[in-house]
Ligand binder design. Structure first.
Ligand SMILES: Nc1ncnc2c1ncn2[C@@H]1O[C@H](COP(=O)(O)OP(=O)(O)OP(=O)(O)O)[C@@H](O)[C@H]1O
Length: 472
C-alpha cells in the first residue's frame, strides 16, 4: 500500500501548473555556439592589447625598445641599453630625488598596486561587499579609471555604475578597507559617476609629534597645531570662528588646546592676543598660568570670567558699531581666546542650576556674537550629546578625537562624516591626539594628529612669554 502513488496526502508535483495558469510562457534556452564565445574572447584580448600602450605607455615603450635592441644588436645591445637606462635613473634619483619619486617611483608603484591589489581583488571585493549591480541577469561592476599613489596612500578613481550613488560606497568604507588590506578608506566625490577611493598604505600618524616650532608672526586664522595624514601641517583657524574639541578621556584634548596656545604665544608676548582660561580639572591649564590674562578653576569664578568676557565683547562691539566691521588684533583690542576645558562641567554637571544657566548664557552670547569683534571660544568636551552641550552647533569648527560611539561622529562633524570615513570611534586608544577635522572648502574629513606639548615645552613658553599678570 505504501508503494502506491495514491498513498497518504495528495502529492503535488512542484512543477505542476497552477490551475488558474494552465499555460506558462518561459524564455527558451538557446545554447551559444562555441565560435561566438571564442570570437568574443579574441575580441577582448585584441582590444586589451590595443589599449595597452595608452594604459601603460612606459612599460610598453621599455618592452618595445628592449625587443628592438635585441633584434638589431643581440644581447650586448640589450645589456648596453639597460645599463644606460639604469645609470640615467640612478643619476636622476641622486640629483633630483623629489621629481624621481613623483615621476618614476610613485608611478611604478601605482602600476603595481593597480594590477596586483586593485585589479586582482576588484571583482570579489565589490561583489561580496554588495557594490556590484545586477540587471537582466547581467552583473555590472564599477570600473577602475586609474590608480595613483602619494607617499602614503593609494587613490583609486572609479566610474560608478549608472543608477547607483556615491553614498553606496560611503556605506561600505569598512568592507572596502578590509577587502583591499588598507587601514581605512575615504571617499571623495569628484563629479557625476566619478568618485575617488583613498586607501592609506600605512599610518603616517602612528608616531607622536613633538611640539611644533612657534611661529614668530602667527597667522591667527591658520595656526600650526599638528600634522595631517598626508604630511601637510594641520592649520587651525581661531580668529573669526569658535572651535569645539570632542574626545573621550585620554583622547588628547589637552594637546589640541596647548598646541593652539603655543602657536599663538608670540602674539601673546606682543600683547595682540590673550588667553582667558577656565580649568575645572585644575590639571590641564594651571601649568601655564603665566601665559593667561585671566584664569579660573572653580565654578563661581569661571562663570564670572565668562560674564566678564561677554561684557568686554559687548563694549568692543559698541565701539566698533558703525565704524569698523572687521577686527584687527592690536594691543588695545587684542584677539581674545576663551579656553574652556571640559565645558560640560559648567553647562551640565554642576549641581547649581543658576551656575549652569549663567554659564550657558555667557557661552551662547560669546559664540553667537564674538567672532567679528575678535573673541573666540576654544572649548573641550568629553561627551557630545545634546543633553550635555546643546550649544554645540554654535561652534562652527569641530574636532573629533577618539569617541565612544559611532553615532557621536556625525554629532560632532556633521551628517555624513562617518560615511565619508571619519571613524573617530575606531581610533586606537594608543594614539592620543589623533582625530578628524573638516578643513575649509572640503566636506571630506581629514585625519590629523595634534602635536604633543610637554610640561618642559610649557615651562619654556612661560619663560619666553612676558607674563601679562593673571587675574581671577
Ligand atoms: N598629541 C599627543 N601625542 C602623544 N601623546 C599625547 C598627545 N596628547 C595626549 N597625549 C598623551 O595622552 C595623555 C592624555 O592626554 P590628555 O590629558 O590631553 O587627554 P584628555 O583628552 O584631555 O583627557 P581628559 O579629558 O581626561 O583630561 C597625556 O598624558 C599624554 O601622555
Amino acid at each position: 500500500m505504501l508503494g502506491r502513488k495514491s498513498a497518504g496526502a495528495a502529492q503535488v508535483q512542484p512543477t505542476a501548473p497552477v490551475p488558474a495558469r494552465t499555460i506558462r510562457f518561459t524564455t527558451p534556452v538557446v545554447e551559444t555556439p562555441g565560435i561566438f564565445i571564442l570570437t568574443g574572447w579574441l575580441w577582448r584580448f585584441l582590444r586589451a592589447l590595443m589599449l595597452l600602450p595608452a594604459q601603460f605607455p612606459v612599460a610598453v615603450s621599455a618592452l618595445g625598445a628592449s625587443i628592438a635592441a635585441y633584434h638589431f644588436g643581440g644581447w650586448i645591445s640589450l645589456a648596453v641599453l639597460w645599463s644606460v637606462v639604469d645609470v640615467v635613473l640612478l643619476v636622476w634619483w641622486r640629483r633630483w630625488p623629489r621629481s624621481f619619486r613623483e615621476v618614476v617611483a610613485l608611478r611604478a608603484l601605482a602600476t603595481w598596486r593597480r594590477l596586483w591589489v586593485y585589479r586582482r581583488h576588484w571583482q570579489p571585493v565589490l561583489v561580496v561587499s554588495g557594490l556590484a549591480e545586477s540587471y537582466l541577469e547581467r552583473q555590472y561592476l564599477p570600473q577602475i579609471r586609474g590608480v595613483s599613489c602619494s607617499a602614503w596612500a593609494d587613490r583609486v578613481r572609479v566610474r560608478i555604475v549608472a543608477g547607483t550613488s556615491p553614498a553606496d560606497f560611503e556605506k561600505r568604507v569598512t568592507e572596502l578597507a578590509h577587502g583591499f588590506g588598507a587601514p581605512s578608506c575615504r571617499i571623495e566625490v569628484r563629479g557625476p559617476r566619478d568618485v575617488v577611493l583613498e586607501f592609506p598604505r600605512y599610518d603616517t600618524l602612528a608616531d607622536p609629534i613633538d611640539a611644533l616650532p612657534i611661529p614668530e608672526v602667527p597667522d591667527l586664522a591658520a595656526l600650526p597645531v599638528g600634522i595631517c595624514e598626508d604630511g601637510e601641517p594641520w592649520l587651525l583657524r581661531l580668529h573669526g570662528t569658535h572651535v569645539l574639541t570632542v574626545g573621550v578621556t585620554g583622547a588628547g584634548k589637552g594637546s589640541v588646546l596647548w598646541s593652539a596656545i603655543r602657536a599663538m604665544s608670540s602674539a601673546i608676548t606682543a600683547g595682540i592676543a590673550e588667553v582667558w582660561a577656565i580649568d575645572p580639572k585644575r590639571m590641564e591649564l594651571s601649568y601655564g598660568l603665566a601665559l593667561f590674562a585671566h584664569y579660573a578653576a572653580d565654578a563661581e569664578t569661571a562663570v564670572a570670567l565668562l560674564e566678564a568676557a561677554v561684557a568686554a565683547m559687548q563694549e568692543r562691539a559698541e565701539r566698533y558699531a558703525g565704524r569698523q566691521r572687521v577686527h584687527v588684533p592690536t594691543v588695545r583690542d587684542p584677539f581674545t581666546v576663551v579656553v574652556l576645558d571640559e565645558v560640560a562641567f559648567l553647562t551640565a554637571y554642576h549641581p547649581d542650576r543658576d551656575i549652569r544657566r549663567r554659564a550657558e548664557n555667557a557661552i551662547a552670547t560669546l559664540t553667537s556674537q564674538g567672532r567679528s569683534v575678535g573673541f573666540c571660544v576654544l572649548a573641550a568636551l568629553q561627551d557630545p550629546r545634546k543633553e550635555v552641550l546643546n550649544l554645540r552647533n554654535l561652534f562652527p569648527d569641530k574636532i573629533a578625537l577618539r569617541l565612544d560611539e559611532a553615532s557621536q561622529v556625525d554629532m560632532v562633524l556633521g551628517e555624513g562624516a562617518r560615511d565619508r570615513g571619519a571613524n573617530a570611534h575606531l581610533i586606537d586608544p594608543e594614539l592620543p591626539g589623533v582625530g578628524f577635522v573638516k578643513l575649509e572648502g572640503s566636506p571630506v574629513p581629514v585625519r590629523v594628529r595634534a602635536a604633543f606639548v610637554s610640561d618642559a615645552d610649557i615651562d619654556h613658553m612661560t619663560a619666553e612669554a612676558a607674563p601679562t599678570g593673571v587675574e581671577g
